[in-house]
Design a protein around this ligand. Structure first.
Ligand code: FAD
Length: 476
């Protein structure tokens, strides 16, 4: 069949051609899972995820029921000359999948834990919640991030910086192997021993660009109980808290991963009463060593200044969602990011003036969080593919909600202008997991040193000469 499907400049014509029943029937014959064309019941649900700003208009959606379906779906894309995009949970959308084959992995939901070898095998559609739960039953923990609602595989392909990061590294460091369906539709097991270059590229560089990962085997760590939580200080203390944090954090043990977060809690029912509609600066984190020693560390903050609310305490790591209190309901969200080696006075001025409320005006930016990195995150940076996107001391994430499409441009420009004002104080490298949409494509290269960029670009050309997987990290 010769239909011009691979023309992103004209998605509408692609869509109209794609609705041809015979083409959809062909894919339906080839896979056990579901197939949806535009306008069919199920199409809208299968193209949507957590971030409601993503508006993918794929020519066809495949929802594989098993890894063989993924192989067949990718081969179908090759036969039909379709671009391919991958969607797991929609927490980190890349460029819109208009006119492409969208592979929705959410039904690949198996997870198993091997407590003897301290590993988990996690399928492409699994969120961190089930991995954490299955691991915690054996006193073990995966290297998840701030939310159990995020997809384990997508998070790991972009690096994966969580509350055990300084102790054990990024999630991508803990991968033993990936099961990959290449852009040619070939199923490969990749590991340090088999296809080591592809394995290296996937560990922090290859979300959505080098094929579909159907499953990964990861290391688990002996973490059952932690000392973790938040100290809430008045928003007016933000500059003082950030200045203290930048001096204090680099001297701490790798058993502590901590952050300072400026947050404007929205006036919504899902926000607990004492926080609703209020702004705070929080010192937050997770100590994964001896509990009493962790309490001593946090007592230094309590002695420095008594917080308005003190929520640090002993916590089962299975309840780690309580640290960041991230939302789980789908929402229209924007994020951006920067790395810095120090939190300069100038950066503190930019952040406080753009994120703290002023009389009569709530800022468009919802939060800014400086995470303390270093530790095992920086220690493993040199050999990692995303070496520039993990080697510095502090990682800044800023985020906003777009409650109404009319303010979308204003929110976007508030984030962009704040980033521009920060330029003198940051390295310019991106942390890929905290980039989305076109920004991910524009800034992908900044996560890699030039030598690593050239190496991953060669791996990409070799695996995907047609650039069929062009909706994720840009590797050219
Ligand atoms: C509330 C929230 C909290 C977060 N907390 C953290 C955090 O603490 N630390 C951190 O590092 N990041 C964090 N993130 C960012 C998150 O890790 C990224 O957005 C990540 O890309 C999400 O992966 P996903 O599969 O859930 O999302 P999706 O949007 O479904 O996928 C994200 C990207 O990964 C690709 N992808 C997904 N699955 C596969 C696969 N099987 N094969 C190939 N490519 C695939 C997709 O093509 C897409 O480009 C957070 C995001 C949110 C919204």
């Amino acid at each position: 069949m010769s239909i011009e499907l691979n023309n992103p400049s004209n998605p509408e014509s692609v869509l109209s051609v794609r609705t041809q029943n015979s083409v959809l029937a062909d894919l339906r014959d080839r896979i056990a899972g579901a197939v949806y064309g535009p306008g069919e019941p199920g199409y809208d649900a299968a193209r949507s995820g957590f971030n409601l700003l993503a508006d993918h208009r794929p020519a066809v959606i495949a929802v594989p029921a098993n890894p063989f379906d993924v192989v067949e779906a990718v081969r179908f894309a090759v036969d039909e000359d379709l671009r391919v995009a991958v969607l797991a949970t929609g927490h980190g959308p890349g460029a819109a999948a208009d006119g492409a084959l969208l592979i929705n992995t959410s039904h690949l939901d198996s997870v198993s834990v091997d407590p003897v070898n301290r590993t988990a095998t996690v399928a492409a559609g699994v969120k961190w919640g089930p991995v954490l739960e299955a691991s915690a039953a054996h006193g073990l923990a995966p290297l998840l991030g701030s939310s159990t609602d995020v997809g384990a595989v997508g998070y790991t392909l972009g690096g994966g910086f969580g509350w055990l990061g300084r102790h054990y590294g990024l999630a991508s460091d803990a991968v033993r192997s990936f099961d990959l369906v290449t852009p040619a539709g070939e199923a490969l097991k990749v590991s340090a021993d088999a296809h080591p270059d592809v394995f290296w590229a996937l560990k922090g560089g290859g979300a959505g660009s080098l094929g579909v990962v159907t499953s990964m085997e990861i290391d688990l760590f002996p973490v059952a109980t932690v000392y973790a939580g938040n100290l809430f200080y008045p928003a007016s203390d933000a500059a003082a808290v950030l200045r203290r944090f930048r001096e204090w954090a680099p001297a701490q043990s790798d058993e502590l991963t901590s952050a300072v977060t400026l947050m404007n809690f929205p006036p919504l029912d899902i926000v607990p009463e004492p926080l609703r509609g209020q702004s705070f600066v929080m010192f937050r984190g997770c100590w994964s060593g001896d509990i009493d020693a962790g309490k001593d560390v946090v007592d230094e903050w309590r002695r420095w200044k008594t917080p308005e609310i003190d929520m640090w305490g002993e916590l089962p790591f299975a309840a780690a969602d309580a640290i960041s209190m991230d939302p789980t309901d789908p929402m229209p969200a924007m994020v951006t990011t920067e790395w810095c080696n120090d939190i300069a006075d100038g950066a503190i001025d930019v952040i406080t003036s753009n994120v703290l409320p002023r009389p009569g005006a709530m800022p468009l930016i919802l939060f800014a969080e400086f995470r303390h990195a270093g530790g095992a995150i920086a220690a493993h940076a040199a050999e990692a593919v995303n070496d520039r996107g993990r080697c510095d001391e502090f990682l800044l994430e800023m985020g906003a909600i777009v409650p109404d499409p009319h303010v979308g441009l204003a929110v976007e420009s508030a984030l962009r202008l704040t980033r521009r004002a920060l330029e003198p104080y940051v390295t310019g490298a991106a942390y890929l997991n905290f980039t989305e949409f076109e920004e991910r494509a524009d800034r992908s290269a900044s996560a890699f040193s030039e030598i690593h960029r050239q190496k991953i670009a060669a791996i990409k050309t070799d695996l995907d000469p047609q650039n069929r997987f062009c909706h994720g990290t840009v590797l050219s």
